[in-house]
Ligand binder design. Structure first.
Ligand SMILES: [Zn+2]
Length: 169
């Protein structure tokens, strides 16, 4: 790869394109870019610095995600993995409002309800979410803990399907 001769801007684009290909390990088909996790991309002459916002404190997939980002960006830019720095920052809080609308559709198609607006979630109970299968609002929370720290389980009384919902933050 002729990366050394490439101007800065194309490489930044390569990095951004590569990040759109990195899937959240816990949500297949949903990229970390669509989840609004990419906070900053700094491209220097011989290295790349990527700052990500962790979606959920304690979400156990962060190390997996970091490794995926490094390998994906390495492939896209031709940089060696050591030249790709991935950092998680809490400087700006990630909120579920950062999730792209395209991502909402991807989640729904997998039977996962996207997070409701964070403004609605200032409450102690799990918020009411519509069923991703039939759209009914007649759903009940089955408990706060889903298969991952990021999701919780619901049951739809209308179509009698269980489903998962992303927790609002
Ligand atoms: Zn339903």
């Amino acid at each position: 790869m002729v990366a050394a001769a490439a101007p800065r801007e194309p490489r930044a684009r390569q990095v951004v394109a590569a990040l759109a290909q990195v899937m959240d390990p816990e949500m297949p088909g949903v990229s970390i870019a669509a989840l609004g996790m990419v906070h900053a991309v700094e491209v220097e002459r011989d290295h790349v610095h990527i700052t990500l916002l962790p979606t959920f404190v304690g979400c156990p997939a962060l190390d997996v995600m970091r490794a995926n980002v490094v390998s994906q960006v390495s492939r896209a830019t031709g940089l060696v993995p050591d030249a790709i720095m991935v950092e998680y920052s809490a400087a700006v809080p990630w909120t579920s409002d950062r999730v792209a609308p395209s991502c909402h559709r991807a989640l729904l198609s997998r039977g996962i309800a996207p997070p409701p607006p964070a403004a609605d979630s200032i409450m102690t109970e799990m918020p009411h979410v519509a069923c991703p299968w039939c759209g009914s609002a007649d759903t009940v929370s089955e408990g706060v803990f889903g298969p991952t720290a990021c999701r919780s389980l619901y049951y739809c009384r209308a179509c009698r399907n269980p489903f998962e919902a992303m927790k609002p933050v």
